[in-house]
Design a protein around this ligand. Structure first.
Ligand code: ZN
Length: 565
């Protein structure tokens, strides 16, 4: 196998792919038995995997060096041509769905492949193409508007992400002022954000109705490939969070307030965990990576093999350098059955997050790399995050390597942040259900509703004298609400599952790890709730599952003398 930099890239010939695919699909329709169809499906899947490989190599290399003109052009090529490729895939899905031998094919590839196809087909029809274009344009408009931010602060101009360090400053006054400057941008552009979102809601509602749905909610669930649960299940889950988890988060905020020596914790204090700053890794990015190798070697034979593979084939691009795109992600290079991790190490605890979280994603794809269909490499989004968030916990025993005397400080922050995030995630979700179930609501009604939901799940939150936030404008900054509706609850569902692994790992490491590996090996071959069964995890939709983890988490957090850290 080639190392990453030697993997061969060639721009796919779309016309050739179309003709080839048409021939294959004709043969598929004329096939006289299931075996023949299986042979054709395998050929098509290999071809689809190859196209995906070219797309992945192009986008990954582009993100590693955004100045490189070659991959810049290739990336543009894919942006322009991906709708055509999607149309080809759609054709393939229709043929599969209409196969005379569907039952035999299900036996061969598994039921889930066909369930995925079925929901996918429900989300598209030629009659909505113009509406989809409008939806994409509106999303781009949102991205453009947020990236246009030039916030004046202390005599300089900053974009939104450049403001974050000030908002997490140890100087309280600087935090408040930077928060006001940051939200000031959204306040000044309020009518523009309102307008974009209102149009997005309307177009999505229209698309849903054209496709025969009552409103956008069910369509959004299908877009996210949710084949096995409904908005009713999610509603019950949110109720559990409200009842069983919110009281713990209120206690945690109270402790945070005391720890920081504040009379009252305000919205701009929430990110500050300790007076003298958060735990930091005690060495350079290179040192962190070396310790990462030790950690995965010691954790298990599976992770040792995996991490050696990643290093041997240069599948880790972790250090920040000039021209590199921001952020971090994990992807999968199909032809080589190889995961790839991208990030920008900067010497903070986030680097450890990448090393454990993204490596969790990568370990899962590595474990399920031999799955027969491309759809089975990554599971759906809520399941995907179980692997990554759980790896963050499975690697706890090695945190001493990175944080030395601040190990406990790191763990306390990690676990309490995991819990504190959930009510916010649920707020985002309940808000979106309201919005799309009431598409005629006005922008002001939406904001009022947001504030109402926020008060329910985040009762401690105090916006002080910030009028815009008090009026319910906080969510303008939450890009998921604009870009990928209803994708957000996923993080909270996965976190509940990851916390189950955290509990089990304490009780019986060997057994917990075996279940985790079993889950990773399944990849995306099953739906979320079926994957939970494989891993012996409790379904978060079932009453009592949230409460159960809250009890153990609360006990652990209470055992820590956080005031002394
Ligand atoms: Zn992730």
């Amino acid at each position: 196998m080639n190392k990453f930099n030697k993997m061969k890239y060639k721009r796919p010939d779309i016309e050739k792919i179309k003709i080839n695919m048409q021939n294959l699909l004709n043969n598929f329709k004329e096939a006289e038995n299931a075996q023949e169809q299986v042979k054709i499906i395998d050929i098509i899947n290999k071809e689809r995997g190859h196209i995906e490989t070219m797309m992945t190599l192009s986008s990954t290399r582009h993100s590693i060096d955004t100045i490189d003109e070659f991959y810049d052009a290739e990336n543009e090529f894919f942006d322009e041509n991906s709708p055509q490729l999607q149309a080809i895939e759609h054709e393939f899905y229709i043929c599969l769905n209409n196969s005379k031998y569907k039952n035999e094919l299900k036996d061969h590839y598994g039921e889930h492949f066909f369930n995925l196809i079925e929901v996918n087909l429900k989300t598209f029809d030629i009659s909505i193409i113009e509406d989809l274009k409008e939806e994409n344009l509106l999303v781009s408009k949102y991205v453009k508007l947020t990236s246009s931010a030039q916030i004046e602060f202390k005599g300089e101009k900053y974009n939104l992400s450049q403001m974050i360090p000030f908002m997490e400053s140890r100087d309280r006054r600087e935090r408040k002022e930077s928060y006001e400057a940051y939200t000031g941008f959204f306040n000044e552009n309020e009518s523009k954000f309102d307008d974009i979102y209102d149009k997005l809601v309307k177009v999505r509602d229209r698309i849903a109705k054209k496709l025969g749905f009552e409103n956008f909610v069910q369509l959004a669930y299908f877009r996210l490939n949710r084949t096995d649960y409904t908005s009713e299940d999610v509603k019950k889950y949110r109720e559990q969070v409200y009842k069983d988890l919110v009281p713990l988060t209120t206690e945690l905020r109270k402790r945070q307030e005391e720890r920081l020596g504040l009379e009252k914790l305000k919205y701009y204090d929430e990110k500050i965990n300790f007076k003298d700053g958060n735990a930091k890794p005690k060495g350079s990015p290179e040192w962190i990576l070396e310790n990462g190798k030790i950690m995965y070697k010691e954790l298990s034979k599976e992770t040792d093999e995996f991490f050696q593979f990643m290093n041997e084939y240069n599948l880790l691009d972790l250090l920040a350098k000039k021209g590199k795109a921001p952020g971090g992600y994990c992807t999968f290079i199909y032809d080589y059955k190889a995961p790839f991790i991208f990030s920008n190490f900067n010497g903070t605890a986030d680097d450890i997050g990448v090393l454990t979280h993204e490596a969790g994603h990568a370990f899962q794809t590595y474990s399920s790399r031999d799955k027969a269909v491309p759809e089975y490499i990554f599971p759906t989004l809520e399941a995907c995050e179980i692997h990554s968030m759980s790896m963050e916990f499975f690697t706890w025993p090695w945190m001493k390597l990175f944080f030395e005397n601040e190990e406990l400080k790191y763990k306390y922050t990690h676990l309490s942040d995991a819990v504190l995030f959930i009510p916010y995630g649920v707020t985002v979700d309940e808000f979106q259900h309201y919005v799309y179930e009431n598409p005629e609501a006005t922008p002001d009604e939406r904001k009022r509703k947001w504030r109402e939901i926020e008060k329910k799940y985040l009762p401690h939150r105090d916006y002080e004298d910030n009028d815009f936030l008090n009026r319910g404008g906080m969510w303008f900054r939450q890009m998921h609400i604009f870009q990928v509706p209803f994708y957000y609850i996923d993080y909270t569902l996965a976190q509940i599952c990851a916390l189950q692994f955290w509990v089990r790992n304490i009780e019986n490491h060997q057994k917990a790890w075996e279940n985790y590996v079993k889950l990773c090996k399944e990849g995306g071959s099953k739906s979320f709730t079926d994957l939970l069964k494989v891993a012996n995890l409790k379904n978060p939709f079932i009453e009592g599952s949230v409460k159960e983890i809250v009890i153990t988490v609360k006990k652990w957090l209470e055992s820590v003398k956080d005031g002394e850290l």
